[in-house]
Design a protein around this ligand. Sequence first.
Ligand code: SAH
Ligand code: SF4
Length: 387
Amino acid sequence: MTAVLTEASSSKLNLLGLTHEKMIQFLETLGEKSFRAAQIMKWIHLGGVDNFQDMSNISKSLRDKLTEVAEIGVPEVTYKEFSKDGTRKWVLKLDQDNSIETVFIPTDGRGTLCVSSQVGCVLDCSFCSTGKQGFRRNLTAAEIVAQVWVANKSFGARENRGDHAITNIVMMGMGEPLLNFDNVVDAMHIMKDDVGYGISKRRLTLSTSGIVPEIDRLGDVIDVSLAVSLHAPNDELRNQLVPVNKKYPLAQLLAACNRYLDRYESARRRITMEYVMIDGVNDKPEHAQQLAKLLKQVPSKINLIPFNPFPGSNYRRSSEERVLWFQNYLYKQGYTTTVRSTRGDDIDAACGQLVGKVDDLTKRNQRWREKLVLTQIQNDSNDQSLS
Ligand code: SAH
Ligand code: SF4
């Protein structure tokens, strides 16, 4: 039975969010040897265990001690749906007022989990529904890791997972990860760790709108892949789309990208530049030309993201023809350019669009019920939280 986080249980230390180093420190305070840390982490993250009594290679006395002072606290999953195309989505209830969404999207032999770092976002990019909600709060490291724990567990025992495993994790859900720095870094250490989720640095990506000093700090403490939400090839347009550009304009941002690459040159050769394609706004031939010129400064690959419309937004998605033209142009200029698949649209779950639509769950709940092929959590308390 999953230990659901409640205010009453929050006095216990939640081991889900402890890095290997912190787990060792914690066990030392209990007078335990450091090798126990790896054993416990394997049970939690690889084994999907949330009850200390299930940890069979741990002594009964330590299991009892852990039960007394600690917990493996996973937020309640108030909704889950598995779409026909393999996309999976979870809504996790963090507390009375806040929920988040996590999405798994499979693509040719890969399984990418899109993880949230904050409830809402303070940065207010003009095309982003998370930004339109305003900022609610940072997620704890445990709440970030819980998203991976829940997704991982949904695939069952490791030997039965086949192709359906999480191979990649992107910090591209709700929120700006670099504005929740310490918790995100701890969570990413756990995602990378062999006794955590074992995701390699090339397959673990942090996406940022471009908080320049924090990009430098990130390079100091962890080696992961970096994606930058560029979205515009000049400062004037970027100021409109990504307002934080007024504080950290393109020249500063691109210089920070180069510094980041220089630190771990052998491991990470390019920055992924994300570029949302908005009809008539940033998708004209002149924008493609400017972009190709601008990115000569930084080793880059480009990911074009067709804009995902949401209620209240006046933007429209660029036509498929225009997206392909853009891709072809950048390709000819020597850039690896991918177009993000819009799979997941069928459950409102395109990555990067994880929204506080959870506030409007009743209506969506009905829609989902009509469309789904999948599993739904059915118990009274969940029904209450959805109505
Ligand atoms: N705050 C971080 C990470 C979360 S957003 C960042 O901005 O990078 C993840 C990605 O989805 C970003 O590239 C973001 O710009 C993009 N995105 C946000 N809203 C979108 C929308 N409506 N359509 C398409 N992409 C969107
Ligand atoms: Fe925040 Fe990223 Fe959305 Fe901008 S795109 S408002 S930084 S979540």
